[in-house]
Design a protein around this ligand. Structure first.
Ligand code: SAM
Ligand code: SF4
Length: 523
């Protein structure tokens, strides 16, 4: 995109935001709960896959006019907030937005629970143990709330989109003052105010996904790497997964807004961006006015002067030839692809509604490897999907080897209320599932160790992120393929990309020596 086109797009954006429809004629900050009434149409219904699948293609409005209402702008002055984040990068990034909003309300951040005046638990619902952790934390906060009655405890994120969780909190955890959903983040200023002055628990959970709000403030975690949301929600409906219900339908941000954000990050000196979405390569499929998909977006982001671009997560089903072609151009598009396979058995994949087979996944891997010969592949795997047989599990083991994944996130299947898989009777005992996970993890470790070993003696490019947590005389950073490298060097190189010679490989990290030439360049 050239300068002229960019200017034109900026014009278009402004014109669009001025041209509000009649039911939209109030700025976002002046809207009340009544203005949002249509978002409550299905509030508090349990996740219902049939209904969710039928959700309409209502036009998603993009707003550029978020402001903090004047009356709450300094409401946090002299006070502190703490946000505890559970789950995926999407939640991490939502936390950055909530931190941005609270900061603009005058709050300061703290890491000390006892010091906080607002504590938000940004939760994850993907597996039962994630939920249990949050309930444990809610319990731990009770004595503090008794000691400090003005403390506001809030629960947000994916768990709060579930009726059963909201009910449990309302009934059993009176110490929680505020519950709000994933579509209500921009309402945080109003919700905090309500929680401060209301005697009752404040609950606002829209089950209908909201619009896209572009200009929410953010306090990013660090100045080296940044997350950039490119889309929200998921329409894939894998039968085990709660995300399409907790995050709503797929909504893509406009390309010009994403490109502007990445360009801005580059100008601020960020070295790496990760484009985020539940299913990034479904990007653009919801646009009705333009034909612009994930490959097109990457091709544009590739031209921005930022050293590293990653994305997560991509779905095998939407990994099209154009995307492969663009990735093969390299440059700042790194040759590491996280491509969750979930299972090596076509039968299980069908039951999971993944819409690909073992064979078609392998064909895709071959295509990717042919186009990007040095590519590194990593994956997600679920063990113990209902009634998975030993043979079907073995197919996952052989696929793991056949693809040569360099690492994998492995999970035991966790039934999620409201998902089709949770309704199935499962004959496989938990012990068998645990034993399979154990075997799979041994294979994952072996493959990771072998891939690490192949770096010994080689020089890798490392984005230096800081001191090692274990030893402050050691620096740590990530290679292009996302491997951790520990090495000694001056602190002045933090935030830069340097050459490091790998001296020793461990299972999950590399030790190395900083190459002399790089020190001279960067000091
Ligand atoms: N959208 C991404 C995809 O489809 O690859 C993944 C999103 S999900 C947050 C991350 C991983 O959690 C999934 O890839 C899957 O392996 C795992 N997961 C999701 N639901 C699960 C469940 N009910 N039990 C166990 N693991 C689950
Ligand atoms: Fe869940 Fe990912 Fe499947 Fe969407 S694509 S339903 S987020 S596992």
């Amino acid at each position: 995109m050239n300068e002229q086109q960019r200017k034109e797009q900026a014009q278009i954006k402004q014109a669009a935001s001025l041209d509000r429809k009649s039911d939209q004629d109030k700025p976002l900050s002046e809207k009340t709960t009544e203005d949002f009434a249509h978002y409550f149409q299905t509030t508090y219904e349990p996740p219902d896959i049939r209904k969710a699948r039928k959700r309409g293609r209502d036009k998603v409005e993009v707003h550029y006019d978020f402001t903090i209402p004047e009356k709450v702008q300094q409401i946090g002055k002299g006070k502190k907030f703490l946000i505890r984040t559970y789950g995926c990068q999407m939640n991490e990034h939502d936390t950055e937005v909530m931190a941005g909003i609270l900061t603009e309300m005058g709050y300061e951040t703290t890491t000390e629970t006892e010091e906080a005046d607002v504590i938000l638990l940004n939760t994850c619902a993907i597996r039962e143990n994630a939920e249990n952790k949050v309930f444990g934390e809610i319990g731990h906060l009770k004595p503090l709330k008794l000691e400090k009655p003005d403390l506001i405890i809030g629960v947000c994120g994916c768990m709060s989109q579930q009726e059963s969780v909201v009910n449990k909190i309302l009934q059993k955890h009176q110490q929680v003052d505020l519950i709000f959903g994933t579509h209500n983040i921009h309402r945080l200023p109003n919700l905090i105010e309500e929680a401060m002055f209301s005697k009752a628990q404040v609950v606002e959970v829209w089950s209908k996904e909201g619009d896209i709000i572009e200009n929410l403030p953010k306090v990013r975690h660090g100045k080296i790497k940044a997350w950039v949301n490119i889309m929200y929600g998921c329409d894939k409906f894998c039968t085990y997964c709660i995300v399409p219900m907790t995050r709503g339908k797929e909504r893509s941000r406009r390309p010009e807004d994403i490109i502007q954000e990445v360009r801005h990050l580059a100008a601020q000196g960020y070295q790496e961006v990760t484009l985020l979405g539940q299913n990034v390569n479904a990007y653009g499929k919801d646009f009705e006015d333009i034909d612009y998909q994930f490959g097109d977006l990457l091709d544009d982001v590739r031209k921005i002067d930022i050293p590293r671009v990653r994305f997560t997560t991509s779905h095998p089903r939407d990994f099209d030839d154009h995307l492969i072609e663009v990735l093969a151009k390299g440059g700042n598009l790194l040759d590491h692809i996280h491509l969750p396979v979930q299972s090596g058995s076509s039968h299980i994949l069908r039951k999971m509604n993944r819409k690909y087979t073992r064979e078609s996944y392998l064909e895709l891997v071959d295509k990717i490897k042919a186009a990007i010969p040095n590519v590194t592949l990593t994956t997600d795997i679920i063990v113990g999907f209902p009634n998975e047989t030993e043979e079907q599990f073995e197919e996952t083991m052989t696929l793991m080897e056949e693809v040569g994944f360099e690492s994998a996130y492995t999970f035991i299947y966790s039934p999620r209320e409201g998902t089709p898989a949770a309704a199935q009777k499962d004959e496989i005992p938990e012990e068998v599932k645990k034993e399979r996970l154990h075997r799979l993890n041994a294979l994952v470790n072996k493959q990771s160790r072998e891939s690490m070993k192949s770096y010994e003696g080689k020089v890798v490019k490392v984005l230096v992120e800081g001191e090692s947590k274990k030893d402050d005389t050691v620096l740590a950073g990530y290679t292009e393929k996302n491997k951790v490298v520990n090495f000694k060097g001056p602190k002045s190189i933090i935030g830069t990309i340097v050459d490091v010679k790998v001296t020793e490989a461990k299972t999950w990290s590399l030790d190395g020596e900083l190459m002399k030439t790089t020190v001279e360049v960067n000091e």
